[in-house]
Design a protein around this ligand. Structure first.
Ligand code: TXA
Ligand code: MG
Length: 312
């Protein structure tokens, strides 16, 4: 299966009920028409994801949110204005259009406008064909690393996609970790999954305190083990000969250790994180030691992913 660049062809595939993997600035998504139950069922089958884990609906323009959500609080509109298109998903009360097969039976729906020209182009071509939105989880097998390149999508899914499905190539994802998920169904916003839009940024825009999340809400990323390569991940220990090593560039590589990445800051760390761990699997390394960065709020999101990758 070869990645394509034709957005109209990809949008037609979506409208015909096929799957389209596409780049976003966070990670690659596996998209289907969010109003088509059979197409959405194929996302779950392809990923082997349990069907009670809800999907994010992707749209290209804020106005389209009204097809999917109701009773949108003012602070959610402020967040949308400030950070969309961007690495942020808002959880809102669902409309009639957001059926149980999208929301996992929950009364809420997740919405995002991604900031990537290929994603936005695909979403608007799909809208031009009458589409209301594209449901898209990360384009990996359930529990595995999210893909940040078209090649990684092929590694994850090529043997599971059909001949009518498509993969769009848009280069490497710039942010590299999944969007911040913000619950906007309560008086105060709360973060269900940390990402590049941080608590500090949310407070600055809304003037509100970010409250503790309600963990009765199902977020698949909240599972203990997730985002995992085949290699065993160990955090903040000293790597031994023959083991993989990922750390900020100022950390030296001990002798005989395989350096998988040397990012200069947390932004670059997030960007290369999943691809570095994929490299470990390509090299068939048994173990990777990662020195968890700290210092800013993006580090919080990186640590969240690494703790889940390291869980046994
Ligand atoms: O950056 C991203 O968000 C990427 C790109 C492709 O947009 N998408 C992504 O989707 O990470 P996925 O399905 O791998 O993770 C979405 C998370 C899941 O953990 C899901 O449980 C949660 O969003 N979610 C979706 N709808 C929800 C809802 N109504 N309530 C609570 N959590 C929800
Ligand atoms: Mg995912």
């Amino acid at each position: 299966m070869e990645p394509i660049n034709d957005l109209k062809e990809a949008a037609r595939a979506l409208a015909s009920g096929h799957l389209v993997a596409f780049p976003t600035e966070t990670v690659y998504g596996l998209g289907a028409d969010a109003t088509n139950p059979a197409a959405v069922a194929r996302i779950y089958a392809t990923k082997q994801r349990p069907t009670d884990h809800p999907l994010i609906v992707h749209i290209d323009r804020f106005e389209r949110i009204n097809s999917w959500a109701i009773e949108i609080p003012d602070y959610a509109k402020d967040l949308a204005k400030a950070f969309w298109p961007g690495p942020m998903t808002l959880i809102l009360q669902r409309s009639e259009t957001a059926k149980d097969f999208i929301t996992g039976g929950q009364p809420t729906v997740g919405i995002r406008i991604p900031n990537h020209p290929v994603a936005l182009g695909l979403l608007s071509e799909f809208a031009a064909l009458g589409g209301l939105g594209v449901a898209a989880p990360s384009a990996n097998r359930f529990g595995k690393l999210s893909p940040t390149t078209a090649k990684a999508v092929l590694t994850e899914l090529s043997d599971r996609l059909g001949v009518e499905d498509k993969i769009l190539d848009g280069g490497a994802s710039e942010v590299g970790i999944e969007s911040t998920i913000i619950d906007c169904t309560k008086e105060l916003p709360s973060i269900l999954r940390p990402g590049a839009v941080t608590a500090e940024m949310i407070s600055a825009v809304t003037g509100l305190r970010v409250s503790e999340p309600d963990w009765s809400i199902r977020v698949s990323g909240a599972l203990e083990k997730h985002y995992a390569p085949n290699a065993m991940i160990e955090l903040d220990t000293r790597p031994k000969q023959g083991e993989g090593f990922l750390a900020l560039s100022h950390e030296a590589t001990p002798p005989g250790v395989i350096r998988l990445g040397a990012p200069v800051d947390t932004a670059e760390f997030a960007k290369i994180l999943y691809d570095s761990l994929r490299k470990a699997d390509e090299l068939r390394l048994a173990k990777v030691v990662v020195l968890v960065p700290n210092g800013d709020e993006l580090a919080v999101a990186i640590e969240d992913r690494l703790r889940k990758a390291a869980a046994r």
